[in-house]
Design a protein around this ligand. Sequence first.
Ligand code: GDP
Ligand code: IMO
Ligand code: MG
Length: 427
Amino acid sequence: MAAVVLIGSQWGDEGKGKITDFLAEKANLVVRFQGGNNAGHTVVANGEEFKLHLIPSGILYEDKTCVIGNGVVIDPKILLEELDYLAKRGIKTGKLLISSNAQVIMPYHQVLDGLEEEARGEHKIGTTKRGIGPAYMDKASRIGIRIIDLLDKEEFADKLRRNLVEKNNLFVKVYGTEALEFDGIYEAYLGYADRIRSMVADSSLAIDVSIRAGEKVLFEGAQGTLLDIDHGTYPYVTSSHPIAGGACVGAGVGPTRIDRVIGVIKAYTTRVGEGPFPTELLDESGEQMRANGHEFGTTTGRPRRCGWFDAVIARYAVRVSGISDFAVTKLDVLTGFDILKICVGYRVNEEIIHEFPQSQKIFKQCQPVYEEMPGWQEDLTHVRRFEDLPLAAQNYILRIEQLTGVPATLVAIGPGREQTIVRGEMF
Ligand code: GDP
Ligand code: IMO
Ligand code: MG
């Protein structure tokens, strides 16, 4: 298998960073293809914890080339801070490539993210306020600044000036706030450009060369299926394509090159920010998941909303991304529940539906239809073989496979690299 796409199958934070790090051992290239520093991927390698936002989780291996693809929105200040953080932790980052066509997050994107959220009032999305949405807006409006523009002083000055006229009009005349100054932004961003210049590359070409040479390429998604701008719980979504197809667009690689799609999926469900969540638990069970699973955002520190596993959205994720394998994570967190519930359909008015509805108005009204399974009390974190899991835990995984039609090829039972049960080859 040469090229494998790894994506989040729920609302993000499924453990993509951990699984990427686990699989990256066999990869030559690890590529991020969408999102930005709204992502927070926590990786525990050799007992040490690393928090990554923009740089692919493959970076912890010295010999892997890591790529930030054209579909990513890059805040260069954050990128440089992350590089410094890794250097301080003794991680070598010399093999990082940055697509020349990736979009740049500018200070006015962050300001706008905050102002727009405030203006939405009770309809707020609960964004990470990192400027992600506004940066993708400018990309779609064809006024965005790309990494390659930053490297050309005149081009950058021209684009920044034109953007500031528009954005300052908005800030002053619509929102009644202060205008941003050209000089400070220009100087700061030229400074960032100098530091990243040597990493800028034609990343699509680098990936193609690698695939043609028979090397292994792992595409690391950020966010999750239900946060996809087209296929998620719109408008409570991010502004990019976290589904598998996003890898083709966001890395410049054709779909016939992709051999496998791994859906990372938690053994239960979490969501950060606003928006519908049918299996959400607002009771003690939800508290238990949050406490046992340390469900607090890596990027914003917000408590994550927790709920039972939802097989309807799992099957939907399989559909929209063509998931061939699941990596089920955090099974260990379910230890201690007498009964586990799995949502197998939704009740809407008097009807039962089994597919994710097209209408978000209907999705908001969906009440979960559950089936129940016996839980287990044993600690799973030391188990290394599937057959050594308590029978109830094995059955829970087998039921997820039955309901989705997809094998759970990896099962994670702890944050560490070694806490991963492998049930088949995928890379
Ligand atoms: P990502 O955004 O998909 O990479 O996920 P996050 O890193 O935001 O959140 C997942 C959290 O769960 C991280 O703190 C991981 O270290 C942790 N984690 C991943 N897999 C497991 C697992 O199987 N069990 C437990 N207990 N923690 C895990
Ligand atoms: P990882 O990669 C979970 C959510 C935000 C908000 C919505 C839009 O760690 O799984 P944005 O700032 O992107 O405009 O916010 O998307 N969100 C995430 N939730 N994990 C993430 O990333 C997320 N990135 C964005 O909470 O609801
Ligand atoms: Mg995360």
